[in-house]
Design a protein around this ligand. Structure first.
Ligand code: ADE
Length: 426
């Protein structure tokens, strides 16, 4: 890798050595990425391609970036959340010659400035978590989609949801692979990754006992389920709020109580939003909460908890500990908001553990390779949202299992024939 510093803006380049160690640690837990890097640094399928990335700058993301570079890509990176950048990791990447624009605690204007900086080298490929890069290109540089960009990848549920809406309107001007919809992403990263890292963030910001607490999880999708089940495992009484009957039903069969937020607001000790929708906790909920209630969000955007409403009810505020602001309301009650309502798992902790990001980022990496290889063969994918292939999913899961030391059975030809035989019955 090129060790000359690239073009960058990070908090403090002197943190690079600390970042190197964090990245080494993550790498030691990411055997699938290590195997991919070894294989593709020989064939370099991304040689000649410029990739702009907008995804949380964590130690795991650094492993992805280094793998893209090893496969021949030129990369320019920004973080996809103002509070999720690890400054030491950003410094390490900058010091290794990666063009990176990211620091912890930036404001929204700076956030978009960083994205614009990464677009200056006119990328051929985009790699997103939350689709901000794609939206910025479509809004500010629509000509890029025609002239330079051959495709993109999207990491998260919220991003994929919006891109599908954009594609349905005919507004999406290049192909995007929905990494989120791979089984090796949503069934692991969203469930086990979010489950563990969200509780990790809450504990780092509060250090409270979870056993015996009423924990309200808003949204019982894959992320909400992961959080709910893990909280239950630590002895919490979990309450789920939902709008979708099947999801609510799942929560009840998982042993959670289901009720409307209007009711849950009165009895919750800790509230965790995981819906991808705005205004889940608003004024009337804050008014009903108990003194000392803790509120946080683990959805992609910071719109789930309406902090403007909370401010209106507030008499005074103070930072009581890192990532934890105490709001004292005019009625004397105190409410604690973690990580300013942004992703608590990334802002207050380190995001999902390396072991699950190993699979999610293998999907990201292979999808970028798929777009480049198709383009090189003159077979650019159609504009719109594309799924990860089932074969890629199974291959990643198979490699992961192998690195964990597990082997599984294989169907015999007779069993396979039996499976497909629709004349066979009882
Ligand atoms: N999203 C959730 N956890 C993450 C991590 N550790 N790195 C990058 N993106 C993430």
């Amino acid at each position: 890798m090129n060790h000359k510093p690239g073009k960058y803006k990070v908090k403090d380049i002197k943190l690079a050595a600390e970042g190197d160690r964090l990245i080494d640690w993550a790498e030691s837990r990411m055997p699938v990425m290590t195997a991919l890097r070894k294989e593709y640094s020989r064939t370099k399928p991304l040689k000649g391609y410029r990739i702009a990335g907008c995804l949380h700058v964590t130690k795991e993301t650094a492993v992805l970036v280094k793998t893209l570079v090893a496969a021949g890509a030129q990369v320019s990176w920004s973080g996809c959340n103002p509070l999720s950048t690890n400054d030491a990791v950003a410094a390490s990447l900058a010091n290794q010659g990666i063009s990176i624009f990211a620091w912890h605690g930036m404001n929204v204007k700076e956030f978009y400035w960083c994205i614009e900086e990464t677009l200056k080298f006119k990328p051929n490929l985009t790699l997103d978590d939350g689709a901000d890069l794609i939206f910025t290109i479509h809004k500010n540089h629509p000509e890029f989609a025609e002239k330079y960009v051959i495709g993109g990848t999207e990491e998260t549920t919220t991003g994929v949801h919006r891109l599908r809406a954009m594609a349905a309107d005919g507004a999406l001007k290049y192909p995007v692979i929905a990494v989120n919809d791979a089984e090796t992403k949503w069934d692991f990263d969203n469930v086990y990754g979010t489950g563990q890292s969200t509780l990790d963030g809450i504990l780092r910001a509060t250090s409270v006992l979870l056993a015996g607490k009423n924990i309200v999880v808003a949204g019982y999708g894959h992320c909400g389920k992961g959080v709910g089940v893990r909280a239950q495992g630590l002895g919490a009484n979990v309450i789920a709020t939902e709008v979708k009957p099947t999801a609510a039903l799942k929560a009840t069969l998982d042993g959670m109580r289901v009720m409307k937020m209007d009711e849950a607001a009165k009895i919750g000790d800790i509230f965790i939003t995981a819906t991808g929708v705005k205004d889940i906790i608003v004024k009337r909920h804050f008014e009903r909460m108990k003194d000392g209630a803790i509120v946080c969000n683990t959805g992609h955007y910071d719109c789930e908890i309406n902090l403007v409403d909370l401010e209106k009810l507030t008499k005074s505020k103070r930072l009581i500990r890192d990532n934890n602001i105490e709001y004292t309301l005019k009625n004397g009650k105190r409410i604690y908001v973690l990580a300013e309502g942004r992703l608590v798992n990334l802002a207050a902790a380190e995001g999902h553990p390396s072991e699950v990001m190993d699979m999610s980022f293998a999907n990201q990496f292979l999808s970028q390779v798929r777009l480049a290889v198709a383009h090189r063969k003159g077979q650019r994918l159609e504009d719109g949202v594309h799924d990860i292939s089932a074969a890629q999913d199974q291959e990643i899961a198979g490699v992961k299992l192998k690195t964990m030391g597990y082997s599984i059975d294989k169907l015999t030809p007779e069993q396979r024939k039996y499976q497909d035989d629709y004349s066979a019955g009882t």
